[in-house]
Design a protein around this ligand. Structure first.
Ligand code: SF4
Length: 350
């Protein structure tokens, strides 16, 4: 399984190896990796009849019921905005876009949680959720502050796991140790922005970290018992099919547990918006993006869970592409593109 590398952890949390071993057995049973013919095709059975490993299905298999995410705001900062790493932030990032889509954007975590869970129950069939600290760099606070925020969220009976979004270069040892300890309560996911496994493009995006930083962060997180979800942008201007293959190979070789795939979208008040208004780069069409995603999915290890295949910003901030907020059409186009070539996740994974 994907998280085999974490079994050898011998750090501060003495019972971690035992916990992870039992988790591995459970996951192996749930995601038995066999490749019988599925409805006459050679898709792996573990994809559950789909052409890629869907998050909703993986969560249902793991937790025994439908699970959604509740986005929380911890009031964090970003070292790539205030000069500690860089200034101005990543080229595509809007602080306003990182606000939760429902419930109070600020205020006690308990209030945010209740509002988020209420929305989940109202709009979906789920009763339980993952608490997701998404705003800015969600490891950017003193360990005592983080401990308080994370545990208050995790202690809610309807929260099944914690997820923390951050930069690969912003996980101090104390914070990693804290997250590691929390895995004894509930699973802990860490979402790391990679965007591209090519340093040239990371520089273009003003990411302020390197591919090597990402590789090191994934290894440290795995050793600490965390499950890693990588974020990538597939249609960066001038990236080639070889560049995207390199990104897929990077995720495969590090055995990240999940991936969020995004298209490049232009949000108002970002450095990217200025370049866009000057016509300095070309965005992909929906068809081009669907083809890139279909190709990328087939290069990924079949065990990797696909958390997203598109990314959109709030309507009031979104400048382009014009197809970027139509998630249904994007997913449909990707499905059709995969079907047309009988493609499935892992088919071209070396
Ligand atoms: S994407 Fe993350 S690291 Fe980049 S500016 Fe936004 S919050 Fe900071």
């Amino acid at each position: 399984m994907v998280i085999c590398t974490t079994v050898s952890y011998t750090g501060q949390v003495s019972d971690l190896s035992l916990k992870i071993s039992s988790e591995l057995i459970r996951l192996d049973q749930a995601f038995c990796t066999t490749y019988p013919l599925f409805m006459g095709e050679s898709r792996p059975q573990i994809l559950g009849g789909f052409r890629y490993r869907k998050l909703s299905l993986a969560l249902k298999q793991r937790f025994g019921e439908r699970i959604q995410k509740v986005t929380l705001r911890g009031g964090f900062g970003c070292p790539n905005r205030d000069g500690r790493v860089g200034r101005g932030g990543c080229i595509f990032c809007s602080e306003k876009a990182l606000l939760p889509s429902c419930g109070p954007a600020f205020g006690p975590i308990e209030d945010q949680l209740e509002a988020g869970l209420q929305a989940v129950r109202l709009h979906t069939k789920a009763n339980k959720a993952i608490a997701y600290f998404q705003d800015q760099t969600a490891t950017d606070a003193a360990p005592s502050v983080l401990h308080d925020l994370y545990t208050r969220a995790m202690n809610h009976p309807d929260i099944v796991a914690l997820s923390v979004g951050t930069r690969p270069d912003w996980i101090p040892d104390e914070v990693l140790s804290l997250l590691s300890k929390l895995t004894s309560q509930k699973p802990v996911f860490i979402e790391l922005g990679l965007q591209s496994a090519n340093d040239t493009f990371l520089k273009w995006m003003n990411r302020g970290h390197s591919v090597a930083d990402f590789e090191s962060a994934v290894k440290r997180c795995h050793q600490a018992g965390l499950e890693v979800i990588a974020h990538v942008i597939l249609d960066l201007p001038d990236e080639t099919a070889d560049d995207r293959a390199k990104t897929a190979a990077c995720l495969n070789s590090l055995a990240v547990e999940g991936v969020k795939v995004h298209n490049l979208h232009v949000l108002e008040h970002t450095p990217l918006a200025k370049l866009h208004k000057k016509g300095m780069f070309q965005l992909s069409s929906l068809l081009e993006y669907a083809e890139m995603v279909a190709e990328f999915i087939q290069m990924l290890r079949v065990e990797m869970i696909i958390h997203r295949l598109s990314g959109e910003g709030p309507a009031e901030l979104m400048l382009a592409p014009d197809w970027g907020r139509d998630k249904k059409s994007i997913l449909s186009k990707i499905d059709k593109t995969l079907s047309a070539s009988d493609g499935w996740q892992g088919k071209h994974c070396e």
